[in-house]
Design a binder for this molecule. Structure first.
Ligand code: ADE
Length: 302
């Protein structure tokens, strides 16, 4: 390490959008590694609209890892943050900034601490996948700071350990999260199906029916669904595998009618497995019921 009296600070900033699943992820087969019970497909939103912006900083003056979310300090002691930090640190490479006179050798990273400041430009924990944008952004910005050489695929497997759907936010356009088979989760990664320009006249309207925090967190909800819902078994074994193929074809051919039908059917089945959970989970309110009924019946191309 170098620099004047160790006074230096090095920073990296990134912005990541959230993503909305059109074939839903609901249920984990491994809670620590965050391995899902089915493949999922999503569309990544425009970062100008719903995104997290994260700055990560390293300095020899920092005595512990710390994080601020929307200006308020939060604990990093949870396993998910620790997994992401550990996985990125273990891949950190030498960094040299000649102008600032800084040289961080590979072996220095284990002793250096980071400070993280992240802001979401939309409601946090209200069902809009803030943690997907947040963990994608955290992993990406840390990988830049620490000069990690991994491709987006392996980085997505790290973001997945922060929040499952975060793996899909590393790519734009339509993205598939392959559930994978490997016990260590190395093949449970995101792959881009099409770039953001493939279907650029597709417009996504997000209608916020409530900005209150969800009553049941996704983690608790998924656990209870996996433990109690018989419908989830049918969904993961029979429905999702064929729906994924149909969805991939609808996206490839920009077939809006099929795309909309599959999206509505999958959203409804997700709510159905929540209802099939004991005790049942309700993520829809009266407003969403009214709008869901109308939009799923009348969905037409603009
Ligand atoms: N959870 C929700 N928003 C987040 C963010 N921006 N960074 C990390 N975790 C989050």
């Amino acid at each position: 390490m170098g620099g004047d009296q160790e006074e230096w600070i090095l920073m990296a900033t990134a912005r990541s959008p959230t993503n909305i699943a059109v074939i839903k992820y609901w249920g984990k087969r491994d809670e620590t590694l965050i391995l899902p019970v089915n493949d999922s497909v999503s569309v990544t939103l425009d970062p100008d609209h719903l995104s997290a912006t994260t700055t990560v900083a390293v300095s020899p003056r920092f005595s512990s890892d710390r994080m601020w979310l929307n200006g308020k300090e939060i604990s990093l002691s949870g396993g998910r943050f620790q997994s992401c930090l550990r996985e990125i640190r273990s891949r950190a490479e030498e960094v040299e900034d000649e102008k600032k006179g800084i040289r961080i050798r590979k072996e220095d990273w284990g002793r250096l601490h980071v400070h993280i400041a992240s802001y979401n430009n939309f409601p946090t924990a209200a069902g809009l996948a803030s943690s997907a944008a947040g963990f994608a952004c955290l992993v990406f910005s840390l990988s830049k700071l620490m000069n990690v050489k991994e491709e987006l695929g392996p980085l997505s497997a790290i973001a997945r350990q922060g929040s499952g759907s975060a793996c899909r936010s590393l790519y734009g356009g339509f993205v598939k999260w392959q559930m994978g088979n490997a016990p260590d989760g190395s093949d449970s990664i995101a792959v881009q199906l099409t770039s953001e320009s493939h279907w650029d006249d597709l417009v996504i309207v997000i209608a916020v029916v409530s900005s209150r925090q969800k009553e049941t967190s996704s983690t608790t909800g998924m656990r209870e669904t996996v433990e109690t819902s018989a419908l989830l078994q049918y969904r993961t074994k029979v429905v999702v595998p064929s729906r994924i193929l149909q969805m991939e074809e609808a996206i490839r051919s920009r077939d809006f009618e099929t795309f909309a039908k599959l999206t509505c059917a999958d959203s409804n089945q997700f709510h159905a497995v929540c209802l099939d959970t004991s005790p049942p989970i309700f993520y829809m309110n009266d407003t969403s019921h009214r709008h869901d009924y109308q939009s799923c019946r009348k969905m037409e191309p603009f």
